[in-house]
Every structure is written in C-alpha cells, then in structure tokens.
Design a protein around this ligand. Sequence first.
Ligand code: MSK
Length: 653
Amino acid sequence: MAEDKTKKSIDAATLEMIDKAGKDHVSTVFDRADSMKPCPIGAEGSCCSNCAMGPCRVPLAKGKTETEDDKKKRRGLRGATAETIAARNFTRKIAAGSAAHSDHGRRVTRHFLETARGHHAGFEIKDEQKLLQLAIELGVKIGDRPNNEIAVEIGEILLNEFGKQEGELLFLKRAPLKRQEIWHKLGIAPRGVDREVVEAMHRTHMGVDQDYPNLLLQGARASLADGWGGSMIATDLQDIMFGTPTPALSTINLGVLKEKEVNIIIHGHEPALAEMLAVVSRDPELVSYAKSKGADGINLAGMCCTANEIMMRHGIPIAGNFLQQELAIITGAVEAMVVDVQCIMQGLSAVANCYHTKLITTDDRAKIEGATHMQFDEANAIESAKAIVKVAIDNFSNRKPGIFIPKHKSELIAGFSHETINYLLGGLFRASYRPLNDNIINGRIRGVAGVVGCNNARVTHDDIHVTLVKELIKNDVLVLLTGCAAMAVAKTGLMVPEGAQYAGEGLRSVCETVGIPPVLHMGSCVDNARILIAATAMVKDGGLGDDISDLPACGAAPEWMSEKAVSIGQYFVSSGIYTLFGVTWPTVGSKDVTDFLFKDMEKMYGGMWDFEPDPIKMAQKMIAHIDKKRKALGIDKARERILYDMAMRRELT
Ligand code: MSK
C-alpha cells in the first residue's frame, strides 16, 4: 500500500523535502520514527534505570483494572513501587529541563557581566530603560552612575541566583502576592537555581526520596527555579543586551534559503553568537568575499529557538522548526549549519556527510562526532563569527548537483514581548494590560492560552499545533506562542494582522482595532517566562481575580518532546495555570501519580496537568477551563451577551 505522506507533516515544504530525502537515500527522523517504535514501558514511566540492579520494568497490565494487590506486586528489585518510579522519572525530566534552561541563563548572565565590565567587545547595553527598571527592582543605586557600572552590580546579583544556598529567588517577588503565599505555604519557593536541580537529582537517586508526593514537590521547586529563575533571568538580560523585541516583519520556512547565496543556518538556543553572525553576515568585506567566490551574497537564517531570538530582534528569516533541521541540509544549498546547545539532532552529522554542508559546533558543552568544532569566543566575538562565516563562504564552491529549495515561505510578525504588548494595548503614556482585561471582562476575548513547545515525530508535524490554535482563536481565545509551536503556526500565515479573519467575532474586533494578529509570537522557549510576566500583569491590572489561577487562561504543549517542556509545564502548573500536553503522557504507568498531577495539584496550586492528544478535544478542554474561570469571576454573563447577534436577540424576544 502506498505510504500516506500527509501523516508526516501538514507543511508542504517539509513534505517536498521528505520526498527529496527519499530520492537521495538519506535517512531522516521521519524514517526513523517509522522504523523504531517507542519503548512502551519507558513511555509510561515504568522503567527504572537508577541503579545497576536494573533496569527494572514495572509496566501496568493492559486491558484490566489494577487492584490494590496487583499494585503491590509491581515493584523493582529494591522494592520501589510503580508510583515511586514514575514520580522519580517525572522529577528527573523536570530537573534536566530546568538545568538546560538555567545553564543557558547562567551563560547569558556571565556574558552580560563581562559585557558590562568591558571584556566582551562588540556587545553593549541596548535597552537602557529595562536596565534601569531592573536596577530599581533589585535595589541597585542608579544616581549618576554609568550604565555599565549599574549593569555590573545587576550581573553579580543575578549570577548569585544560580548558586544561592539560602533564602529564595529574587524574581519570585514579581508574582502576585497570593501566588507567593501559596508557594510559601507549600514550602516550594525555590532557593538557588542550582540547589533545586541538584536536590531533585539527589532525591531521585537510589534509596533517597520514596514518597511520590514529596518527590513531585521537589519537581515543582526545580521547575519554579527555571520559570521564575534561570529562564526569567535569561530573558531579561538578553533583552537588556540585545534589545527588547518589538514587532518585526520576517519570513519563515525552507523557502527562505537562497539558491545563489551562501546559506548559513544558525541553530540552537544561545543568542550571543547569533547576534554577532547577524552583524558580520552584513559586513561589506565578507559580502564581497562571498561574491568573489561566485555567490550573490550571504543569507543567514535561523532554526529552532535561536531563530526566534534573531528574527524578533533583527527580522532574520527562519528556515524552520525542530523537525525541519535535517531537511534544510537536504536542500543541498546550506553551506554551514552552525549549532550551539539544545535540540540539535545527532542525525545532522550523518545528513551533512551526504551533502557539502559543514556542520559547525560552537559551544564546548555540545560537541558532535563528525562536526567541525569552532569554539565561539565571546571575548573575540567578531573574529569568531567572521571565521565561521568565512568557512561557509569557502564551502560555496563545493556544492553538489541536485539542489532543491522548496518555494514555500510565509510572512510573520513577531516580537510581542511583555513590554510591546503593554505599549500596543495602552500606548506610550498609559502602557498597561487594562484594555486586554477590559476585553476579557466584556467577553470580546474569552480568555488567553499559552501554546508552547516542540515538534514530535510521533505525530503529524505541526498539525496538532495548528489545529489547536485555529480552534482556540475561532472561539475568541487570544493565543500567546513561543518556541517551535510559534513557528508551526507562523508557517500557516496566521501570524500577521490578516490572520484575524480566522478569529471569532470578538477577538477579531480587538485585533483589528489594535492591529495585531490573533496569535502573538513571544519568543523562544526560555521566553516562556514572558508568559508568566504577562499573566502577572493581567492580575495586577485588576478585575480578573487576585492570582494567576483566577485568570481565564491555560497552557498547552501539544507536540512536546523535550525535558525542557516538562519543566515549563510544571512551572506553569505551579504558577496556577491549567496545562495540557499532547502526544504521550509520561506517568501513565502509575494511576496514583497521574491523579496527583491531574487532580491533587489543582487543590495545591490552582493549576494542574492534563493530557489530550486530539487537538480539537484539547481546545474544548481549554475553553471549558476558561469558561469555568469566567464563571468563578462572575463575567460569564458578559460572554453570553456578546455571542448573541441581532437575529438571535429577535428570536429570544
Ligand atoms: S527549540 S525545546 S524543540 S520548542 Fe526551543 Fe523547539 Fe522544543 Fe527545542
């Protein structure tokens, strides 16, 4: 039977490149997803490999309801129950995700500090206003001190947040007071970022914490250290150094590659190198060097979250999201794929070997066999970036026949930082979320959803994101997007003001008045901290309760795959947000643990987890939650009124 290609992706460019990969006999993640099925025991969280007496497998018996007796029998060699094993695995995922975001945050903070000290030439403080606001928040004296001096003090304070042993993270104070009280009552206000990650790893070690609710509390602590710590610090300092994003027009999808230019793709998560590549790729000397090699110019494009960072700040086009990384090389037109950390598939090396593409690693924390390593030196950033671009230019003449670049690309407007939303809604002198709150209260906007996270080759690429988001905006839910989810939606052309035509009447009217798309791109995966700040701003502007959990709001990662997504999901939940995952649920092996995450957490945090692989049903669950919150706030009647058109009113009377 002929293979149904459309099951692999809804994106035409992706499908064309999967075809080309087949013709070129190159294996991609899409092929490997067909040939290798996921381990069912690991997928349900019932495999423990934390000591050398295992791995112990304690799978849930399929097709029958588990009795208490059955449950007692499901134990590893050490006697660990299925509950302990599932909770340990879940907590370790959070710890790994929190560590990834926070180690990124630490690198950004060190770079910020060295820039302020004048040791990282080529970088500077771009957003003075945000710097001074942060100084006031952290109690750093401003007076007539130069910006760099203020920045040094800020950098030292924030670098200390990672290794802090006592007290609690400073940015927790940004949350609504009621939220802070909940964290204190439960004892989960994180201390230092590293301390919580280390403690999560310790507690999940063989023979330590064996009480699943207690393990999951540490998971919550480690996740909050990410959302309100490492990630939030990274976002703030990146904004100060590279500029707070404002709406930028750009293009997205593999069609942004150019046949006659030297194509360089920057892929990963660290923005410092990407920022410098954005500068040097326009350097007249390098452009004329590229011309001397027969190219028309240099074309820099992004992949994954680095793409989000440089697109928002420089309008640099995006070549694609997570599942498109191998496909970009398969065009045969990429001279260099430059990678740093996170979400870089090892398969890139084998794919690059089939073409002329140079795979260049740039971060000593992430090397790949078969790649060329060119360490990015922030102290010599311009030279480092120029050397990389030169390698790419020199590789142009090595192109092989059979280049094919799909034509598909879409326009998008991104750069909706918290500050930009504030300004767009309220204007320069009255910048606030008041108009958003008012439109939620009067029912034009039903609620707000944060849709975030990855692609996952176990489901149709981009499909779940796009179907979910279309259903949400059709029902007047304003959608905030980050990461690969944002790119999936942008490729469908929804991320321009004209996208409002797909929104419900209420949301459309607001988008048309303000001139914004119905789906707002807020940045990369570390920028999910912006969603926490936006939610807090909505609470503080009044009329929608006194905590994040009161808001008619929810979150989803419909195509998640990375441990970072689990950390993000947990910090959303621990911040009071109902959060759904698609694809697969990692604790299915323990009903007690799953019930704790899906039900008990609501009583503790006001937010809880849920799982729904079907995007329409996921949207319905999210809308039902939003309506539940509207009712609790007493604004459900306003919502009903707005839905009644004249014909319906006449009918009523
Ligand atoms: S890149 S973590 S696949 S969003 Fe941030 Fe995309 Fe998920 Fe990586």
